[in-house]
Ligand binder design. Structure first.
Ligand code: F6R
Length: 610
């Protein structure tokens, strides 16, 4: 979850490292630090809180620092204090760590018994002490690393610098992401390629079990047995500008606004505009053995999980095989039944979520076919699956997912349609209807964006409420869940999403004249039932905020406030349009409450610990 950045070159590096950390701050932001080497000595500054608090300390680092590394932390072991901030220092050695050392307690006890004194409560510091002890008998970093690595259990992306080798940075990867940027007379590393975009597009993604040594003019990679490897760089397709705010007040607002274009791009890339044929090759479907698939299991977390739940309403219908959707953090620990006839699909924006990755490794071990629907190219999950459908939504920097969610829902839909087309099992009229709905989608999303002002007015009425209920039926139930998650994440208001029909089985007890209830009722086959649920709430004086069709006077008249939402002819795709209103609702409520919209407390964008 933490962000790591390293730089080695011939120009002063402190600012380069700091700016790299700024681009990574969405990974973690509870403390930060930078260490450099100058004159053969390590120099470091650290601070609790966000990078803003570190910036005034940068002048304490020597101007002539041509090598260094930085860290932005999401605390796992030890409170978010300056003392626990990375880099950790010992003698002339500095270390930064992204991940968790699971056996740190036993290692720490052993090291303390050996006379080592610890200066933080972190798990990471044990690696520093192990390395420092090893350097006494193996006085070079690579050799010492090869000796201590077998003692470490857990996940780690480690950055290491040593005054004894002042021209080199080391990067070690096992379980946590680590990428090297290859520059012109300078080289870099980071936990996320996004951080490297303005510096270089030429990158090498380390694999688990690899160590890299970077100098200003060389990158040498070996495996954990010390064998040298030849790893040519790949070229990133994202641009630096796509990761900027581009005049918007927040990344989240920018990313909400990008959705119509992102959706149009996905459709344009994967659906032939003349014939309506799906490009199953580009989607990775051609890499799967379709005849073998008897069931599909989606694994995902958070927003990605809700997107996958919507796939039940499209993929199952198009493919005609049972689809189940599992929370990755639960699935991996219950020893699920899996056999080679199951296709396991990971849904993930970052491609790094630790639990989702673990599910894929489990599925591979059981002989299943595996597939990823992912946004970040070359990330760990697509590298572990048989095939991948890249969303190509561009960088998502706001911690709360918006365009990734809607892109996922669309990709599930196209995936189902693509397999159905390939297996020739979708009736022509159903296929044609789906293509027509896809054609309506980008402009409907665009019209949903234009309701921002209206949603902002509604937000102004409710932003002080302490609780919210969201409800929907069918695919809109997932919109309710996602709407509640967005509100919780960025405004810190307690919110729950319920299936409309479930309300009377308990949650309706919460309804009174102070409770705002966001009801999502598009004109789909669940509409009548949903209106009954709305009536039930109204009878108990709940404050109804409706999200439905512009001309639906019946629904509108039941609600205190109403957000008119464009309608399209497919219930699964309608979720994409409806959710945009709820993204705006949570955004404007959060802005009014003055929270940190792009970096809400306690969260991190890329959840690389379990
Ligand atoms: C919520 C959010 C998270 C992520 C979840 C999975 O707005 O962003 O719930 O959806 O952490 O992340 P990925 O998709 O990167 O696997």
């Amino acid at each position: 979850m933490c962000g790591v950045v390293g730089f080695v070159g011939v120009r002063p590096g402190v600012r380069v490292i700091f700016e790299g950390l700024q681009r990574l701050e969405y990974r973690g932001y509870d403390s930060a630090g930078i260490a450099t080497i100058s004159g053969g000595k390590i120099h470091a500054v650290k601070s609790d809180g966000k990078l803003l608090r570190l910036e005034p300390l940068l002048h304490e680092l020597p101007e002539s620092s041509f090598i260094g590394m930085g860290h932005t932390r999401w605390a796992t072991h030890g409170a978010p204090t300056t003392q626990n901030a990375h880099p950790h220092l010992l003698g002339n050695l500095a270390l930064i760590h992204n991940g968790i050392i699971e056996n740190y307690r036993e290692l720490k006890q052993e090291l303390i018994a050996d006379g080592h004194v610890f200066s933080s409560e972190t798990d990471s510091e044990v690696v520093l002490h192990l390395l420092s002890r090893e350097l006494k008998t193996t006085p070079e970093i690579k050799g010492a690393l090869l000796k201590i690595i077998p003692r470490l259990r857990g996940a780690y992306g480690l950055g290491i610098m040593w005054g004894g080798e002042p021209e080199a940075l080391y990067l070690v990867k096992e379980g946590s992401p680590a990428v090297i940027g290859v520059g012109d007379g300078e080289n870099y590393f980071a936990s996320d390629a996004l951080s490297l975009l303005p510096l270089t597009k030429s990158v090498i993604f380390l694999n688990d079990g690899e160590i890299a040594r970077l100098t200003k003019s060389s990158v040498d990679i070996c495996d954990f047995s010390g064998k040298l490897l030849n790893r040519p760089p790949s070229i990133l397709s994202w641009t630096a500008a796509s990761a900027e705010k581009q005049g918007y007040r927040h990344y989240m607002l920018k990313e909400i606004h990008e959705q119509p274009a992102v959706l149009a791009n996905i459709i344009g890339r994967l659906v032939n505009p003349l014939t309506g044929a799906i490009d199953t090759k580009q989607m990775g479907i051609d890499d799967l053995d379709l005849a073998k698939i008897r069931s599909i299991v989606y694994v995902a977390c958070g927003t990605a999980y809700y997107s996958a739940m919507i796939s039940k309403y499209s993929v199952e219908q198009f493919i005609g095989v049972p689809v189940s959707v599992e929370l990755a953090s639960e699935f991996r620990y219950r020893d699920p039944y899996l056999d080679p006839s199951t296709l396991v699909i990971a849904v993930t924006q970052s491609g790094e979520t630790a639990d989702t990755l673990a599910c894929i490794k489990h599925a591979v071990a059981r002989g299943c076919q595996t597939f990823a629907i992912c946004n970040v190219q070359h990330s760990s999950i697509p590298r572990a699956t048989k095939a991948t459908l890249y969303m190509e939504a561009g960088p998502e920097v706001g911690v709360a997912s918006t365009k990734a969610f809607t892109s996922m829902v669309l990709c599930h839909y196209l995936f189902g349609l693509g397999i159905g087309q390939k297996k020739r099992q979708i009736p022509a009229d159903v296929y044609e209807k789906a293509i027509q709905a896809l054609k309506q989608l980008p402009s409907a999303a665009d019209r949903a964006i234009s309701t921002a002002g209206l949603v902002e007015d509604v937000s102004a009425k409710y932003y002080e409420s302490g609780n919210f209920i969201f409800m929907g039926r069918g695919p809109s139930f997932m919109v309710a869940l996602e709407g509640a998650l967005k509100l919780k994440e960025i405004s810190y208001i307690h919110a729950e999403g319920y299936a409309g029909g479930e309300l009377k089985h308990g949650p309706i007890a919460l309804v009174d004249k102070y409770m705002p209830i966001v009801a999502i009722a598009p004109l789909d086959s669940h509409y009548e039932k949903m209106i009954s649920n709305v009536e039930e709430v109204r009878a108990r004086e709940g404050l109804l905020i409706g999200v439905g069709d512009l001309h639906d006077e019946r629904f509108k008249n039941l609600c205190q406030d109403y957000i008119a939402c464009p309608q399209i002819s497919d219930a699964a795709l309608q979720t994409i349009v409806s959710v945009i209103s709820l993204q705006f609702l949570s955004y404007y409520i959060a802005v009014k409450r003055g929270t940190d919209v792009d970096q809400p407390r306690n969260l991190a964008k890329s959840v690389t610990v379990e």
